[in-house]
Write a new protein. Sequence first.
Length: 291
Amino acid sequence: MGAFAYVAPTTVAEALGVLEEHASQGKRAQILAGGTDLLVQLQSVDRTPRTIVDIKKLEEANRVEVGADETFVGAAVASAVLNENEELKQRFPGLIEAADLIGSTQIQGRATIAGNLCNASPAGDTIPALIAIGAVCVIASESGNRELAVEDFVTGVGTNALQDGEFLVGLKIPNPPARTADAYLRFIPRTEMDIAVAGAGVALTLDDAGTCTAARVSIGAVAPTALLVTAAADALVGTSVDDDALAAAAAACSAAASPITDKRGTVEYRRKVVGVLCKRAAAIARDRAQA
Ligand SMILES: Cc1cc2nc3c(=O)[nH]c(=O)nc-3n(C[C@H](O)[C@H](O)[C@H](O)COP(=O)(O)OP(=O)(O)OC[C@H]3O[C@@H](n4cnc5c(N)ncnc54)[C@H](O)[C@@H]3O)c2cc1C
Protein backbone atom coordinates (compact mmCIF):
# COMPACT_ATOMS: atom_id res chain seq x y z
CA MET A 1 0.00 0.00 0.00
CA GLY A 2 1.21 3.55 -0.72
CA ALA A 3 1.13 6.63 1.52
CA PHE A 4 -2.23 7.33 3.07
CA ALA A 5 -3.52 10.14 5.24
CA TYR A 6 -6.39 9.83 7.70
CA VAL A 7 -8.57 12.64 9.03
CA ALA A 8 -11.60 12.48 11.31
CA PRO A 9 -13.39 15.84 11.10
CA THR A 10 -15.82 16.76 13.84
CA THR A 11 -18.12 19.04 11.82
CA VAL A 12 -19.76 18.74 8.40
CA ALA A 13 -18.10 22.03 7.40
CA GLU A 14 -14.69 20.66 8.31
CA ALA A 15 -15.33 17.46 6.33
CA LEU A 16 -16.46 19.49 3.31
CA GLY A 17 -13.35 21.66 3.64
CA VAL A 18 -11.12 18.60 3.41
CA LEU A 19 -13.03 17.25 0.38
CA GLU A 20 -13.02 20.64 -1.35
CA GLU A 21 -9.32 21.23 -0.71
CA HIS A 22 -8.47 17.84 -2.19
CA ALA A 23 -10.78 18.34 -5.18
CA SER A 24 -9.30 21.76 -5.97
CA GLN A 25 -5.77 20.36 -5.83
CA GLY A 26 -6.62 17.30 -7.92
CA LYS A 27 -5.89 15.04 -4.94
CA ARG A 28 -7.97 12.09 -3.92
CA ALA A 29 -10.04 11.97 -0.73
CA GLN A 30 -12.47 9.20 0.14
CA ILE A 31 -15.13 8.94 2.81
CA LEU A 32 -14.89 6.14 5.39
CA ALA A 33 -18.08 5.11 7.18
CA GLY A 34 -17.95 1.54 8.53
CA GLY A 35 -15.11 0.55 6.20
CA THR A 36 -16.51 -2.92 5.52
CA ASP A 37 -16.38 -2.34 1.76
CA LEU A 38 -13.65 0.27 1.68
CA LEU A 39 -11.00 -1.66 3.61
CA VAL A 40 -11.56 -4.78 1.51
CA GLN A 41 -11.21 -2.69 -1.64
CA LEU A 42 -8.04 -1.00 -0.33
CA GLN A 43 -6.49 -4.40 0.31
CA SER A 44 -7.45 -6.12 -2.90
CA VAL A 45 -8.69 -3.75 -5.62
CA ASP A 46 -7.18 -0.27 -5.54
CA ARG A 47 -4.18 0.62 -3.39
CA THR A 48 -3.56 4.10 -4.74
CA PRO A 49 -2.76 6.68 -2.03
CA ARG A 50 -5.51 8.97 -0.83
CA THR A 51 -6.80 10.80 2.22
CA ILE A 52 -9.38 8.82 4.15
CA VAL A 53 -12.07 11.07 5.61
CA ASP A 54 -13.72 9.30 8.54
CA ILE A 55 -17.27 10.61 9.12
CA LYS A 56 -17.92 8.73 12.35
CA LYS A 57 -17.21 11.79 14.52
CA LEU A 58 -19.83 13.95 12.80
CA GLU A 59 -22.84 14.58 15.01
CA GLU A 60 -25.21 14.93 12.05
CA ALA A 61 -24.03 11.65 10.53
CA ASN A 62 -24.70 9.86 13.84
CA ARG A 63 -28.23 11.20 14.22
CA VAL A 64 -31.28 8.92 14.12
CA GLU A 65 -34.53 10.81 14.42
CA VAL A 66 -37.96 9.32 14.07
CA GLY A 67 -39.92 12.55 13.64
CA ALA A 68 -43.58 13.43 13.11
CA ASP A 69 -43.28 13.77 9.32
CA GLU A 70 -40.09 11.96 8.42
CA THR A 71 -37.30 9.81 9.72
CA PHE A 72 -33.62 10.73 9.41
CA VAL A 73 -30.86 8.15 9.54
CA GLY A 74 -27.34 9.56 9.64
CA ALA A 75 -24.74 8.17 7.28
CA ALA A 76 -22.43 6.93 10.05
CA VAL A 77 -25.01 4.92 11.99
CA ALA A 78 -24.09 1.25 12.05
CA SER A 79 -26.65 -1.36 10.98
CA ALA A 80 -26.45 -2.97 14.42
CA VAL A 81 -27.73 0.27 15.98
CA LEU A 82 -30.61 0.44 13.48
CA ASN A 83 -31.47 -3.22 14.01
CA GLU A 84 -32.08 -2.57 17.72
CA ASN A 85 -34.23 0.53 17.21
CA GLU A 86 -37.80 -0.62 17.92
CA GLU A 87 -39.40 2.50 16.39
CA LEU A 88 -37.54 1.96 13.13
CA LYS A 89 -38.36 -1.75 13.10
CA GLN A 90 -42.02 -0.92 13.48
CA ARG A 91 -42.02 1.84 10.84
CA PHE A 92 -39.74 0.25 8.25
CA PRO A 93 -39.51 -3.48 8.91
CA GLY A 94 -38.33 -4.13 5.35
CA LEU A 95 -35.41 -1.72 5.62
CA ILE A 96 -34.31 -3.20 8.93
CA GLU A 97 -34.71 -6.68 7.43
CA ALA A 98 -32.31 -5.65 4.66
CA ALA A 99 -29.81 -4.05 7.07
CA ASP A 100 -29.95 -7.17 9.21
CA LEU A 101 -28.99 -9.36 6.22
CA ILE A 102 -25.67 -7.59 5.67
CA GLY A 103 -22.73 -9.82 6.55
CA SER A 104 -22.50 -10.99 10.13
CA THR A 105 -22.96 -9.51 13.60
CA GLN A 106 -19.38 -8.24 13.42
CA ILE A 107 -19.91 -6.62 10.01
CA GLN A 108 -23.16 -5.02 11.17
CA GLY A 109 -21.33 -3.46 14.09
CA ARG A 110 -19.53 -1.26 11.54
CA ALA A 111 -21.51 -1.33 8.27
CA THR A 112 -23.89 1.52 7.43
CA ILE A 113 -26.83 1.66 5.03
CA ALA A 114 -25.38 4.86 3.56
CA GLY A 115 -22.12 3.00 2.87
CA ASN A 116 -24.10 0.18 1.27
CA LEU A 117 -25.79 2.74 -0.98
CA CYS A 118 -22.64 4.76 -1.82
CA ASN A 119 -20.73 1.58 -2.62
CA ALA A 120 -23.35 1.08 -5.35
CA SER A 121 -23.05 -2.67 -5.75
CA PRO A 122 -25.88 -4.05 -7.92
CA ALA A 123 -26.44 -6.55 -5.09
CA GLY A 124 -26.44 -4.04 -2.20
CA ASP A 125 -29.27 -5.28 -0.01
CA THR A 126 -30.50 -2.02 1.47
CA ILE A 127 -30.83 -0.24 -1.88
CA PRO A 128 -34.11 -1.83 -3.09
CA ALA A 129 -35.44 -1.58 0.47
CA LEU A 130 -34.64 2.16 0.56
CA ILE A 131 -36.17 2.74 -2.87
CA ALA A 132 -39.37 0.91 -1.87
CA ILE A 133 -39.93 3.24 1.09
CA GLY A 134 -39.18 6.37 -0.93
CA ALA A 135 -35.96 7.29 0.88
CA VAL A 136 -34.15 10.47 -0.14
CA CYS A 137 -30.40 11.13 0.03
CA VAL A 138 -29.28 14.23 1.92
CA ILE A 139 -26.07 15.29 0.22
CA ALA A 140 -23.75 17.90 1.76
CA SER A 141 -21.68 20.27 -0.34
CA GLU A 142 -20.05 23.65 0.25
CA SER A 143 -23.01 25.33 -1.48
CA GLY A 144 -25.46 23.69 0.95
CA ASN A 145 -27.43 20.46 1.17
CA ARG A 146 -29.18 18.97 -1.83
CA GLU A 147 -31.60 16.05 -1.93
CA LEU A 148 -31.89 13.20 -4.41
CA ALA A 149 -34.22 10.21 -4.49
CA VAL A 150 -32.38 6.96 -3.81
CA GLU A 151 -33.53 5.52 -7.15
CA ASP A 152 -31.61 8.34 -8.88
CA PHE A 153 -28.49 8.12 -6.70
CA VAL A 154 -26.77 5.00 -8.04
CA THR A 155 -25.66 5.68 -11.60
CA GLY A 156 -23.97 2.39 -12.49
CA VAL A 157 -21.96 -0.49 -11.08
CA GLY A 158 -19.90 1.10 -8.29
CA THR A 159 -20.77 4.68 -9.27
CA ASN A 160 -23.09 7.24 -7.74
CA ALA A 161 -24.34 10.78 -8.26
CA LEU A 162 -21.98 12.42 -5.73
CA GLN A 163 -19.86 15.19 -7.24
CA ASP A 164 -16.33 16.02 -6.14
CA GLY A 165 -16.51 17.77 -2.78
CA GLU A 166 -19.84 16.19 -1.78
CA PHE A 167 -20.74 13.44 0.64
CA LEU A 168 -23.89 11.75 1.87
CA VAL A 169 -24.85 13.04 5.33
CA GLY A 170 -27.86 10.80 5.78
CA LEU A 171 -31.16 9.51 4.46
CA LYS A 172 -34.60 11.02 4.91
CA ILE A 173 -37.59 8.73 4.78
CA PRO A 174 -41.18 10.01 4.68
CA ASN A 175 -43.21 8.53 7.48
CA PRO A 176 -45.55 5.86 6.14
CA PRO A 177 -49.30 6.59 6.14
CA ALA A 178 -51.64 4.35 8.16
CA ARG A 179 -51.93 0.75 6.95
CA THR A 180 -48.61 0.96 5.12
CA ALA A 181 -45.85 -1.61 5.42
CA ASP A 182 -42.70 -2.72 3.66
CA ALA A 183 -40.75 -5.96 3.26
CA TYR A 184 -37.45 -7.01 1.71
CA LEU A 185 -36.39 -10.49 0.61
CA ARG A 186 -33.27 -11.72 -1.14
CA PHE A 187 -32.12 -15.09 -2.37
CA ILE A 188 -28.60 -16.37 -1.72
CA PRO A 189 -27.23 -19.86 -2.40
CA ARG A 190 -25.98 -20.17 1.18
CA THR A 191 -27.85 -19.50 4.41
CA GLU A 192 -25.84 -16.32 5.17
CA MET A 193 -22.70 -14.32 4.36
CA ASP A 194 -23.27 -14.20 0.63
CA ILE A 195 -24.45 -11.57 -1.81
CA ALA A 196 -27.89 -11.56 -3.37
CA VAL A 197 -28.65 -13.51 -6.53
CA ALA A 198 -31.78 -11.38 -6.61
CA GLY A 199 -33.62 -9.16 -4.14
CA ALA A 200 -36.98 -7.40 -3.95
CA GLY A 201 -38.31 -4.62 -1.74
CA VAL A 202 -41.99 -3.74 -1.61
CA ALA A 203 -43.90 -1.05 0.28
CA LEU A 204 -47.65 -0.74 0.00
CA THR A 205 -50.63 1.02 1.54
CA LEU A 206 -54.09 -0.49 2.04
CA ASP A 207 -57.37 1.32 2.63
CA ASP A 208 -59.90 0.24 5.28
CA ALA A 209 -61.41 -2.26 2.85
CA GLY A 210 -58.02 -3.86 2.18
CA THR A 211 -57.57 -2.38 -1.29
CA CYS A 212 -54.05 -1.33 -2.19
CA THR A 213 -53.97 2.44 -2.75
CA ALA A 214 -50.23 2.95 -3.25
CA ALA A 215 -47.20 0.74 -3.83
CA ARG A 216 -43.51 0.92 -4.65
CA VAL A 217 -41.56 -2.10 -5.83
CA SER A 218 -37.79 -2.25 -6.31
CA ILE A 219 -35.56 -5.11 -7.40
CA GLY A 220 -31.85 -5.66 -6.89
CA ALA A 221 -29.00 -7.78 -8.26
CA VAL A 222 -30.76 -8.25 -11.59
CA ALA A 223 -29.49 -5.14 -13.41
CA PRO A 224 -26.47 -2.81 -13.08
CA THR A 225 -28.44 -0.76 -10.53
CA ALA A 226 -31.45 -1.47 -8.34
CA LEU A 227 -34.62 -0.70 -10.29
CA LEU A 228 -37.90 0.95 -9.33
CA VAL A 229 -40.49 -1.19 -11.13
CA THR A 230 -43.56 0.98 -11.58
CA ALA A 231 -45.33 -1.68 -13.66
CA ALA A 232 -45.17 -4.04 -10.66
CA ALA A 233 -46.58 -1.35 -8.37
CA ASP A 234 -49.35 -0.63 -10.90
CA ALA A 235 -50.26 -4.33 -10.85
CA LEU A 236 -50.86 -4.11 -7.08
CA VAL A 237 -52.70 -0.77 -6.82
CA GLY A 238 -56.49 -1.10 -6.94
CA THR A 239 -56.41 -4.77 -5.95
CA SER A 240 -56.64 -6.63 -2.66
CA VAL A 241 -53.11 -7.88 -3.38
CA ASP A 242 -54.58 -11.26 -4.20
CA ASP A 243 -52.90 -14.09 -6.08
CA ASP A 244 -53.66 -12.62 -9.51
CA ALA A 245 -52.21 -9.22 -8.55
CA LEU A 246 -49.15 -10.86 -7.01
CA ALA A 247 -48.61 -12.94 -10.17
CA ALA A 248 -48.90 -9.80 -12.34
CA ALA A 249 -46.43 -7.90 -10.13
CA ALA A 250 -44.02 -10.87 -10.27
CA ALA A 251 -44.26 -10.98 -14.07
CA ALA A 252 -43.55 -7.23 -14.24
CA CYS A 253 -40.41 -7.66 -12.11
CA SER A 254 -39.18 -10.57 -14.23
CA ALA A 255 -39.76 -8.49 -17.37
CA ALA A 256 -37.97 -5.43 -15.94
CA ALA A 257 -34.90 -7.41 -14.90
CA SER A 258 -31.83 -7.42 -17.14
CA PRO A 259 -29.53 -9.73 -15.21
CA ILE A 260 -26.22 -11.39 -16.06
CA THR A 261 -25.25 -15.02 -15.92
CA ASP A 262 -22.52 -15.79 -13.39
CA LYS A 263 -21.60 -18.57 -10.97
CA ARG A 264 -24.55 -17.67 -8.75
CA GLY A 265 -27.20 -18.02 -11.43
CA THR A 266 -28.18 -17.68 -15.06
CA VAL A 267 -30.17 -14.88 -16.65
CA GLU A 268 -33.26 -17.10 -16.81
CA TYR A 269 -32.90 -18.21 -13.19
CA ARG A 270 -32.49 -14.65 -11.88
CA ARG A 271 -35.51 -13.43 -13.85
CA LYS A 272 -37.62 -16.19 -12.36
CA VAL A 273 -36.32 -15.75 -8.80
CA VAL A 274 -36.80 -11.99 -8.74
CA GLY A 275 -40.47 -12.46 -9.66
CA VAL A 276 -40.94 -14.99 -6.87
CA LEU A 277 -39.25 -12.65 -4.37
CA CYS A 278 -41.47 -9.76 -5.44
CA LYS A 279 -44.56 -11.91 -4.98
CA ARG A 280 -43.49 -13.07 -1.52
CA ALA A 281 -42.33 -9.64 -0.33
CA ALA A 282 -45.59 -8.03 -1.50
CA ALA A 283 -47.61 -10.67 0.37
CA ILE A 284 -45.59 -10.02 3.54
CA ALA A 285 -46.04 -6.25 3.19
CA ARG A 286 -49.79 -6.76 2.65
CA ASP A 287 -50.11 -8.92 5.77
CA ARG A 288 -48.10 -6.41 7.81
CA ALA A 289 -50.25 -3.54 6.56
CA GLN A 290 -53.40 -5.46 7.57
CA ALA A 291 -52.14 -6.26 11.07
C1 LIG B 1 -17.96 -10.33 5.14
C2 LIG B 1 -18.81 -9.31 4.44
C3 LIG B 1 -20.14 -9.60 4.20
C4 LIG B 1 -20.95 -8.68 3.53
N1 LIG B 1 -22.26 -9.00 3.30
C5 LIG B 1 -23.05 -8.14 2.62
C6 LIG B 1 -24.41 -8.47 2.33
O1 LIG B 1 -24.91 -9.53 2.71
N2 LIG B 1 -25.14 -7.57 1.64
C7 LIG B 1 -24.64 -6.37 1.22
O2 LIG B 1 -25.36 -5.59 0.60
N3 LIG B 1 -23.35 -6.03 1.49
C8 LIG B 1 -22.55 -6.88 2.18
N4 LIG B 1 -21.25 -6.54 2.44
C9 LIG B 1 -20.72 -5.26 1.98
C10 LIG B 1 -20.68 -4.14 3.06
O3 LIG B 1 -20.63 -4.64 4.36
C11 LIG B 1 -21.92 -3.24 2.93
O4 LIG B 1 -21.99 -2.69 1.63
C12 LIG B 1 -21.92 -2.10 3.97
O5 LIG B 1 -23.22 -1.63 4.16
C13 LIG B 1 -21.00 -0.95 3.60
O6 LIG B 1 -21.11 0.06 4.59
P1 LIG B 1 -19.83 0.73 5.25
O7 LIG B 1 -20.34 1.74 6.20
O8 LIG B 1 -18.92 -0.30 5.82
O9 LIG B 1 -19.18 1.41 3.98
P2 LIG B 1 -17.64 1.83 3.72
O10 LIG B 1 -16.84 0.61 3.47
O11 LIG B 1 -17.16 2.77 4.76
O12 LIG B 1 -17.84 2.65 2.35
C14 LIG B 1 -18.25 2.00 1.16
C15 LIG B 1 -18.07 2.96 0.00
O13 LIG B 1 -18.99 4.04 0.09
C16 LIG B 1 -18.30 5.28 0.28
N5 LIG B 1 -19.04 5.99 1.31
C17 LIG B 1 -19.43 5.49 2.51
N6 LIG B 1 -20.18 6.36 3.18
C18 LIG B 1 -20.24 7.46 2.40
C19 LIG B 1 -20.86 8.72 2.56
N7 LIG B 1 -21.58 9.01 3.67
N8 LIG B 1 -20.74 9.65 1.58
C20 LIG B 1 -20.02 9.35 0.46
N9 LIG B 1 -19.41 8.17 0.24
C21 LIG B 1 -19.51 7.24 1.22
C22 LIG B 1 -16.89 4.93 0.67
O14 LIG B 1 -15.95 5.91 0.27
C23 LIG B 1 -16.70 3.62 -0.08
O15 LIG B 1 -16.42 3.88 -1.42
C24 LIG B 1 -20.42 -7.44 3.11
C25 LIG B 1 -19.06 -7.13 3.39
C26 LIG B 1 -18.27 -8.05 4.04
C27 LIG B 1 -16.82 -7.69 4.32
